[in-house]
Design a protein around this ligand. Structure first.
Ligand code: HEM
Length: 228
């Protein structure tokens, strides 16, 4: 029987469930607006109750996503500033050497793959991609939501520019999630058919050995110190 360690807290799991649900609603209600003249988009708009309802849901989900992102960033900054959380998700020099070593390993040029700590370079890349993408969709979404307010302070060209940036960033985020995130969470042979860690919060000791050996060594070291 496997031994399990706690990898994610209840707050982190709740945040993931919320971002996942809101992202589905935002994509389902945003993309048919972008491709409104396509047959599939018209079918979806009718199936979801018409354009007015779709716009209402998109705006409600957009404001919820904005509030959730603000909470996440404030909590993260507060935790780091008060020393309750290490900077484990911030990219560092080792991430670049890890990426090169992993590529060399896949090409058969080195014998061992890179060893990772709490987050590997792909996880960090995905996290910061989401944060930066969220900043773009939120800021441009608020301009589309309150165009009169923003054009009191900025030139009118801001609104069509925000629309182009919002709709293309939204499409890119959708494609990244479909192609990259689904591969990492489901199709990757290490976790196929489904990585449950972000829902249960638990990870097996075998996976820690394989995927996060440096973090495991650190945890064991702390335990040894506490036991002595
Ligand atoms: C990942 C998240 C999101 C995706 C995938 C997304 C996608 C889209 C897309 C594709 C459109 C259509 C743009 C066009 O006509 O070309 C749109 C419109 C819009 N979005 Fe988003 N969006 C997201 C987040 C947000 C957020 C966070 C907000 C609010 C803060 C927001 C507010 C709006 C507004 C106000 C419109 C204009 C439609 C209307 O007037 O009702 N969106 N979105």
């Amino acid at each position: 029987m496997s031994t399990y360690l706690t990898r994610f807290t209840l707050r982190q799991r709740t945040e993931h469930a919320l971002v996942m649900s809101l992202f589905v609603v935002l994509s389902l209600t945003g993309l048919p607006q972008k491709y409104f003249d396509a047959a599939w988009a018209r079918w979806m708009i009718d199936a979801l109750g018409g354009i007015d309802r779709i716009r209402w849901f998109h705006r409600a989900a957009g404001l919820s996503f904005t509030a959730m992102t603000a909470f996440h960033l404030m909590y993260a900054v507060g935790s780091v500033a008060t020393g309750r959380s290490p900077l484990s998700i911030v990219p560092n020099r080792k991430d670049f050497t890890d990426a090169i070593q992993t590529l060399q390993y896949y090409l058969g040029r080195v014998d061992a793959p890179a060893q990772f700590d709490r987050f590997d370079y792909r996880q960090k890349f995905e996290y910061w991609g989401l944060v930066l993408g969220a900043v773009v969709v939120i800021s441009t979404g608020l301009i589309l939501y309150f165009p009169i307010l923003f054009t009191h302070f900025f030139p009118g060209e801001l609104v069509p520019a925000a629309k182009v940036a919002h709709s293309n960033e939204g499409l890119m985020a959708f494609l990244v999630v479909i192609l990259w995130h689904i591969y990492n969470a489901h199709l990757n042979p290490d976790v196929f058919p489904f990585d449950k860690t972000i829902f249960t919060g638990k990870i097996s000791l075998e996976r820690m050995h394989h995927e996060h050996p440096l973090e495991l060594a650190r945890l064991k070291h702390v335990q040894d110190i506490e036991e002595t």
